[in-house]
Write a protein that binds this ligand. Structure first.
Ligand code: GUN
Length: 311
């Protein structure tokens, strides 16, 4: 109901310019429906079912919500899923033992370790311990390096999901100036590489900006396509966005809002209400990039089950 009202509000207050809402929720449903049929065919052909596992360490509420969403999506498309919940104080060695077991289990096609991890665990060590052939998050340096060289690999789930949205909405990227805001290993950095590669949703001129960038607002204002992945609520304001720009909001930030039942709500890295009037396309939060991250993960897992990337 709340989501229905949100979209009704958007439709009613839409700018007279031709702003188009990029509906990640709807695109993810289309992908799930196609995948569901592909899984039935796969099962008939091979007698087995694709299987994704997830390791969740501790009680971070956002991580719990993301992982439960991933498990739910597996059920919706007919994958098997295994959720391994571990205590916050588990030792690094115990976590590595779980990873080795998943690496060796032939029934598991792919698995993820939900980030962030508790401070006493070295996430680089954890990422390196995952068999790159089962690294359906695309975080292992083998997959990252292959991505950078345009070789077959598991693309990181969020950048993968964004490229699917750009394709679905026929958004031209060749020759465009893309400004990525944020240089994380899981979104900003891979996104900047992908969009500069020679590909259907690439061939762009990319500027990667971050916390030490000078004149950031002025650089963003030159972008044909803005990818906001800095993790600061409402960071991209109206004055920073060129008229007609495409705005991709990767942020998922929970902010206090006493007017809601929960006392909080989710917002992106973009001041959506103000910026949408200037944009040609924009992703909402929630319902934009978020659902597409899960699709990236499911599609990578299905590629693994089909041995499409590695034998
Ligand atoms: N934390 C935030 N995004 C992600 C993701 O895509 N994968 C994992 N494993 N952890 C995350």
């Amino acid at each position: 109901m709340v989501i229905f009202l949100f979209y009704t509000y958007l439709a009613a207050t839409k700018s007279p310019r031709s702003m188009k809402l990029i509906d990640g929720k709807a695109v993810s449903e289309e992908i799930k429906n196609t995948l569901k049929q592909d899984v039935i065919d796969y099962k008939n052909r091979t007698g087995r079912v694709p299987h994704l596992a997830a390791i969740l360490v501790g009680d971070n509420p956002a991580s719990k919500a993301y992982v439960s969403n991933k498990v739910k999506s597996c059920q919706q498309v007919g994958f098997n899923s295994t959720l391994i919940k571990l205590e916050e104080d588990i030792s690094e060695e115990q976590l590595l033992t779980h990873i080795r077991e998943l690496n060796e289990n032939p029934d598991i096609d792919g698995f993820i370790v939900q980030l962030p991890l508790p401070k006493h665990i070295d996430d680089v060590k954890v990422t390196l311990a995952i068999d790159y052939k089962k690294d359906v998050d695309g975080f292992h340096p083998v997959n990252f390096g292959r991505m950078a060289q345009g070789l077959p690999c598991y693309l990181p789930a969020t950048p993968f999901g964004i490229t699917l949205l750009l394709e679905r909405y026929n958004i031209e990227t060749a020759g465009k100036h893309v400004v990525v805001v944020g240089r994380s290993n899981i979104v900003g950095t891979p996104m900047s590489i992908l969009m500069s590669r020679k590909s259907k949703t690439g061939d762009a001129t990319v500027t990667l900006t971050h916390s030490r960038t000078k004149n950031l607002a002025q650089i963003v204002s030159q972008a044909d396509i803005v990818v906001a992945a800095i993790g600061i609520p409402g960071f991209i304001t109206e004055d920073m966005v060129k008229e007609g720009a495409v705005v991709i909001d990767v942020g998922i930030n929970r902010v206090e809002d006493e007017s809601t039942e929960k006392g909080s709500r989710l917002v992106g890295d973009v001041d959506f209400v103000k910026v949408r009037g200037r944009s040609s396309f924009i992703t909402p939060v929630p319902g934009g990039v978020g659902p597409m991250t899960v699709m990236g993960l499911l599609l990578n897992t299905f590629k693994s089950a089909n041995k499409e990337i590695y034998n």
